[in-house]
Design a protein around this ligand. Structure first.
Ligand code: ZN
Length: 191
């Protein structure tokens, strides 16, 4: 059950409200892989990474916490508008794939649209990709090396259209890419 947001809350209160809301929306969902990590761990990690790389605007952090809610749950966009405002909703919509398209079309569209999305959406997009790469690195997942490599190549293309706005975030992406490349090379050698 969603409890109505108290509009009198300060920034921290609103962010916590958004995290609680996202956790209710993603209830029962798990991240890919056998570690059975609750899905909500991912939007929290994205929000935390944004904060750690200097993003302090509450509406951006809230959009980070809610970025997968429309795509991956049956949340009506109007509900997000009502609880968190139209700025947050618009950011989430910029980051939401059109699920009527095929998997490959959605991936291609993310690459094509990346340069044209708003500055905060670009930062959330990069944080999202970093967190996905970290999950691939650190959680057991039944992807072979080739599938991981394809994901990394795609993530690099999307991020290429988003970077140049937040040096800290770009640096974390590059470092993550370096680490995962080393791990994958080791994985290939051990075959
Ligand atoms: Zn995500």
């Amino acid at each position: 059950m969603i409890i109505l947001l108290n509009m009198e809350q300060d920034d921290t209160g609103r962010l916590l409200e958004a995290i609680k809301y996202a956790s209710e929306k993603h209830a029962g969902q798990l991240r890919k892989g056998s570690a059975r990590i609750p899905y909500i761990n991912h939007p929290i990690a994205v929000t935390q990474l944004l904060y750690e790389t200097g993003v302090s605007e509450t509406r951006v952090l809230i959009a980070g916490a809610l970025h997968d809610v429309i795509e991956d749950t049956n949340t009506p966009p109007d509900e997000i508008k009502e609880f968190f405002g139209s700025e947050v909703l618009n950011l989430i919509l910029e980051l939401t794939d059109d699920m009527s398209l095929s998997h490959d079309e959605r991936k291609q569209r993310q690459v094509e649209t990346a340069p044209g999305i708003s500055v905060p959406a670009k930062m959330i997009r990069i944080a999202d990709k970093i967190c996905n790469l970290r999950d691939i690195m650190y959680y057991p997942i039944d992807w072979d090396t080739e599938k991981k490599k394809l994901y990394i190549e795609w993530a690099e293309k999307v991020v290429a259209g988003c970077r140049g706005l937040n040096l800290a975030l770009d640096t974390v992406f590059d470092e993550t890419l370096e680490k995962i490349s080393i791990l994958l090379s080791a994985e290939e050698r051990s075959k």
